[in-house]
Design a protein around this ligand. Sequence first.
Ligand SMILES: CC(C)(COP(=O)(O)OP(=O)(O)OC[C@H]1O[C@@H](n2cnc3c(N)ncnc32)[C@H](O)[C@@H]1OP(=O)(O)O)[C@@H](O)C(=O)NCCC(=O)NCCS
Length: 204
Amino acid sequence: MPKTANPPPSAALAPASPQSDAGVLVRPAVEEDDAWVDYLQALAFGPGRFAKAAFRVRERFPIDRSLSLIAEIEGARVSSVWMTPISVSGIDGYLLGPLATDPAYRNRGAGKKLVREVTRMALERGQGQFVLLVGDAPYYGPLGFVPTRLGAIVFPAPVDPARVLVHCSDPALAHRLGGPIAAFGARDEGSGADWTDSTDKSSG
Ligand SMILES: CC(C)(COP(=O)(O)OP(=O)(O)OC[C@H]1O[C@@H](n2cnc3c(N)ncnc32)[C@H](O)[C@@H]1OP(=O)(O)O)[C@@H](O)C(=O)NCCC(=O)NCCS
């Protein structure tokens, strides 16, 4: 394994935990889920969600609907995740989120199972090399997400740079990624650069 100093290497995807997510079924989202996902995201993130950095990215670059997943428990929809194809530094990858679980079904393993599944599915395609997100390290760290270089990746709205985390198969990549978020497939590092860096707190 190549040597890296800081941030630490991306761990392999943590194995599923049959005990903690027993009974959680993951399936692709379909059109009939759209209204429920809207409702869930509103419930989880509130009316201010559209101003958040990750939401602003998704306004500009469409989500990949084939990487939209739903978790169910006992036949009820409980959790949802989306992925947006992006590139940074001319390297293709994905922005994960929003991830949300119905408050009535939290702490039953649905959120982490969706993160594991959607990350595995995206990277197994072999077209993107990383999965980026804005979120809490204590939640995503055990799933193999590590910090990026502080402030290196430029979002379209303020983010807390300590919450910009990435999962990549090449551990050195977490250090190398920098610059504005651009379209998947963009090879010009400046092609997404009509927004500027800042360091306030935001997520989603
Ligand atoms: C974060 C969220 C998606 C977790 O969903 P979930 O289905 O309850 O997640 P899981 O059941 O897989 O994991 C729950 C575990 O993570 C922990 N956890 C939850 N949120 C956490 C956080 N922000 N930081 C650290 N740990 C967290 C829980 O305490 C629980 O720990 P335990 O397994 O030791 O009991 C859900 O709380 C949610 O929808 N929150 C509001 C929206 C949000 O913040 N989304 C993430 C944005 S990046």
